[in-house]
Design a protein around this ligand. Structure first.
Ligand SMILES: C[S@@+](CC[C@H](N)C(=O)[O-])C[C@H]1O[C@@H](n2cnc3c(N)ncnc32)[C@H](O)[C@@H]1O
Length: 262
């Protein structure tokens, strides 16, 4: 049974496609059959057209019990993500860490890494702390757009399946902050839901704004609705923030991972 848990990315199967344009050289496969994927997405949006928008932290609090099982479809993506953390990494910042599914894998490889996990949802953070009370872990219940990361402080910044809830103008400022907080040889490792085509990006943004208007969501209130960017648009934003060196890109079961060197 398909449970009403997340929006499109998590409810649809994994498909892929070779990206064109400026990301051509990366040859990353996002969705295999775009036509079928878009048909399924439109059907899902139609079925859920009257679904209200839920506030971000409440959304995750309400689903905390089923969360980790639901996300287990990405076990191999989490493992690969952890493998990409530089071996010498000592100080790691995780944005939107949730219950720490990526951190489970990071610490399985290197239990000595010190982590600061930032997340809006205290219930998710409580679960993370409960699982990893023996690790060098600090958590902050905060909005990563507001929270100060410091300057040249972190060996790596990671974020998995969190940033696809935000519009490009918000992400652009965050990416600049990430660039500045990394040490000179630091890395930003991003794992996220990436739109397979312009149509997907545009359609989801359109529905997002219609729903915000319909349910009179005040400006600045974070809601849970997926608005992924295409890889091309994501990379453009990252480049504007200073990340010109893309070391690695791959897509695993619909989760796209990018490794960016400062
Ligand atoms: C899909 S979960 C991913 C959690 C974890 N990275 C994982 O892969 O299991 C998205 C997380 O991002 C957090 N989040 C969303 N917007 C945020 C923001 N502006 N600041 C901090 N955390 C945020 C949510 O509270 C949620 O825990």
């Amino acid at each position: 049974m398909r449970i009403k848990f997340y929006t499109a990315n998590l409810c649809l199967g994994a498909k892929s496609q070779v990206m064109k344009g400026m990301v051509d050289k990366m040859k990353v496969v996002i969705r295999e059959n775009i036509e079928k994927y878009m048909q399924d997405l439109k059907k899902w949006l139609e079925e859920n057209k009257d679904a209200d928008l839920e506030e971000m932290d409440k959304f995750f609090s309400d689903r905390i019990r089923a969360y980790e099982e639901h996300m287990s479809i990405w076990k191999s993506a989490y493992q690969k993500f952890a493998e990409l953390i530089p071996p010498k990494c000592e100080m790691l910042l995780d944005l939107g860490c949730g219950t720490g599914l990526e951190l489970d894998e990071v610490w399985a490889k290197n239990p000595d890494i010190s982590v600061l996990g930032v997340d809006l949802c205290q219930d998710m953070l409580d679960k993370l702390v409960e699982k990893h009370s023996d690790k060098k872990l600090e958590t902050v219940c905060a909005d990563y757009f507001q929270y100060e990361f410091g300057k040249e402080r972190w060996d790596a910044v990671i974020s998995f399946e969190s940033l696809h809830h935000f519009m490009p103008q918000e992400k652009k400022k965050l990416y600049k902050k990430i660039f500045e907080c990394l040490k000179s040889d630091g890395k930003f490792i991003l794992g996220d839901y990436i739109a397979c085509c312009d149509e997907e990006e545009e359609l989801l943004q359109k529905v997002y704004f219609e729903k915000r208007k319909k349910y009179a969501v005040p400006e600045g209130v974070f809601v849970h609705f997926d608005i992924p960017l295409t890889l091309q648009h994501e990379v453009e934003l990252l480049k504007k923030a200073g990340f010109h060196n893309i070391e690695h890109v791959e897509s695993i079961d619909g989760a796209t991972i990018l490794v960016l060197k400062k």
